[in-house]
Each structure stands twice: as C-alpha cells, then as structure tokens.
Design a protein around this ligand. Structure first.
Ligand code: MN
Length: 407
C-alpha cells in the first residue's frame, strides 16, 4: 500500500512531479526535492541510496541549474524513474525520504542569470493600449508581428511569500515636473514564467522547431508593477524602475513533460508571422489561473480574476525563438515571463490596471473596502492548475504581502 495518498484536488499527484529546492531543520542544506501530495521527496537522499541506478550529483545542489543543464533526455529518464519509485515502488522507500510539506522550508529554485519579460497577451496589450493611446492606436504596429519584450532584472526575483516593499520613485500624473513619491498605483501582473534548461551558444539561434527541447518547466509569476512610475519613465525604452523592485515566483517548477497533456491549439495568428516564428504544432497550454486579494481587514481571500494561459497570442516557443534569433545566448536557469495573461472578459483581466480600468471602476471587497490599486497590508495570491481526468497538475501558489514604503 502507498504511504502517500493524493486527493483528486491536489496540485501534486504522480502525474506532476515538479522540482524545487528545500531544506529541513534536521538537514539545513538546501537540496533538490519533488512533491507528491502533501509530501516533499528528498531526491539527494534517493540519489545517495543509488535508487536511480546511476548517480546524479546535482540533486545535492542548492539550485536546479546543473540538473536543468543536463538536457531533455536526462530530465525524461529521471521523470520515468521517479514515476516508478513514487508509484508502484513507493512502499519500498525509506521513510526519511518522505517529508511532510509542513516541515520543509522552500528556497528560490533556480540561480537566475537573466530575466526577460514578454507582452504576449493580445487582450492585455489592447486594454493597456486603449487606456494610454485610445482605441484607434491600441496595438502598436509591431505587435502582431513579434512577441514584444524587455530585458528585466534577475536579482530581484523572489520566492513566493517574500514581502514586497512599496517602491518610491518619480511620478508625474499631471505632467512635469515630477514628484518623488511612494508609488500610489502599485499593481500585480498575472503571468507564467518559463525556465531555460539547456541553452544555446552565442551566435547560434534556437529554431522554433527545437525550442521545446530547451524549456525545462514553468512557474507562476507575479510581475509587480508601479503604474505611476511606469507611466512617467517608460518612453522611449520601456519599463525600468517600475518593475525592478520585485518579481515573485512559485517554488515548484512544473516540467514541460508534465504539462504536455494540456497542450491546446494557440489562437489563430493573422497576419501569419515571419517563417522563423512559424510552427505547426499545438503551442497553447490550458492552464486555469486565479488571482485573489486579502486586505488586512479581511478574514479570507477574495477572487478578483480568473484567466487561462491558453488566451496568450504568442507561444513560449515563439518567445524563445524570437529571443535568440539575433544569436543571443540563453543559459540554463534563465527566466522568461509571458507578460500579463488577460482573458477576453472583464473578470479575466490579469492586472488591477485593467480590472479597475485605471482606477475608474474600483473593486468592491467583502470587507466593504474598495481597491483601485494595492494598499499596504494587502496579500495578493495567484494559483494555477491543469485539469486532467480525475487529477490536476498544479503550480501551488505565488503570494506576497505589500509593506509600507521605507521612510
Ligand atoms: Mn510583465
């Protein structure tokens, strides 16, 4: 009989097997684990016991980078062995390898060298375009031809649960001169992140047909954004300080192999993209996404948006092919964000900017409060999962609490 029973609503059944970095009081060395139901499985320990048939020293590492760089064949071998070890052979595992999730501390899973954020949702780009430039000029002329992106800041990518300090900066809501203020319009962006596994050499682009072999897995990502700082600084080079103070990710990296059953056709792309961005395979992912907010006065979180990754116009393979078409080299552990994932309806928008339409339509909270943008003490949480037949492949959550600006 199996030691670990998994509820059908659990994000972490045997079909998932995500990877993360954890430590325990008994062994404070951060190391690689996977998750099954409410247990974390110590892969460094399984490796020490030679349960994989051969040894993978990288499970004792404090990041997933060496594992990620090992390449797709190794990822698949290990997943197959884990499916066997944690499935039919689970009863033979040492009890010490199975740790209740309440006893572990999670750490940032990846040593992130570079972080790039895209802008791949047509609905999001259109909504923001209407607000800032009017309906006629909502989408910029390049938008339907390439996945727009910018190079972000890797140093401030933080693990779910890390508090976010309200940033200070320049804002000029009524035009110049600017004031120096604590941001008055702090926002979230509902995104997914994908991690590069094996990279490419400088000068050697990743063709779109091979892009899937280079992507290790995905996490939930919140691209915290200070809209007032952004509006003043963003022209002509794009976001800078408005987004560099924090980007939160969920702790478990769900592999592309686990997500494969949830591939769906992406949206029709018209005009057809240039050939280096063209692909025949199903490139969308059916991932149900949900955002909730809990103010300091509320007893429980309130769902404020429901969206889905399948709405994205550009696929993650197109993003990667585009990113490297110049010969730009990606390295194991590099992180890419999809951009805000907004759906077609008003209750599926992926930011407060859109949900409240720039503050014109505040959200009513169950406490009687209203929100245009995030207030100090607010806790913002994103969840995501793929629904299978009788099981879910989920991401857990990414959460963060807003703290007041520093004096
Ligand atoms: Mn973003």
């Amino acid at each position: 009989m199996n030691l670990i029973q998994v509820h059908p609503d659990s994000d972490f059944p045997i079909q998932n097997l995500p990877y993360g970095i954890f430590s325990t009081q008994a062994n404070p060395d951060p190391r690689v684990g996977t998750r099954l139901g409410d247990f974390v499985i110590d892969l460094a320990l399984l490796d020490n016991e030679s349960l994989f048939g051969k040894q993978y020293a990288f499970f004792a590492d404090s990041s997933l980078n060496r594992f990620m760089s090992a390449g797709r064949e190794t990822w698949r071998d290990i997943r197959q062995q884990l499916t066997r070890l944690l499935g039919e052979e689970q009863a033979s595992l040492k009890k010490e390898a199975l740790i209740p999730v309440s006893e572990v501390q999670m750490h940032l899973p990846v040593n992130i060298g570079d972080y790039t954020d895209f802008y791949a949702s047509r609905e999001h780009a259109t909504n923001v375009g209407i607000m800032f430039r009017g309906r006629e000029n909502a989408l910029m002329p390049n938008w339907l031809h390439l996945p727009v992106g910018y190079h972000g800041r890797a140093s401030s990518v933080v693990l779910s649960g890390t508090d976010v300090i309200r940033p200070r900066g320049q804002a000029a809501p009524k035009g110049p001169p600017p004031e120096f203020v604590a941001s008055r319009s702090l926002d979230f962006e509902l995104e997914m992140g994908f991690f590069i596994g094996s990279g490419n050499e400088l000068g050697d682009p990743i063709p779109i047909a091979n892009a899937h072999e280079h992507i290790f897995g995905m996490v939930l990502l919140n691209d915290w954004s200070a809209r007032d700082i952004q509006a003043w600084e963003y022209q002509p080079l794009g976001p800078f300080l408005a987004k560099n103070f924090a980007t939160s990710i969920s702790p478990w990296v769900v592999t592309m192999d686990a997500l494969e059953p949830f591939r769906v056709a992406g949206p029709n792309q018209d005009p057809a993209p240039l050939s280096y961005l063209r692909s025949d395979s199903a490139s969308g992912l059916d991932i149900t996404l949900e955002v909730s907010l809990q103010s300091a006065r509320m007893d429980s979180p309130q769902v404020i948006s429901r969206s889905n990754m399948k709405h994205l116009y550009w696929s993650i393979e197109q993003m990667l092919a585009h990113h490297t078409i110049t010969g730009c080299n990606m390295r194991p552990g590099d992180l890419c964000g999809t951009g805000t994932i907004s759906g077609p309806t008003e209750d599926s928008y992926g930011s407060l900017l859109e949900l409240t339409w720039r503050g014109e339509k505040p959200i009513q909270l169950s406490s009687g409060e209203e929100r245009k943008f995030l207030q100090d003490g607010d806790v913002l949480t994103m969840k995501g999962y793929c629904q299978g037949d009788g099981y879910r492949v989920g991401f857990g959550e990414v959460t963060g609490k807003i703290l007041p600006a520093l004096k």
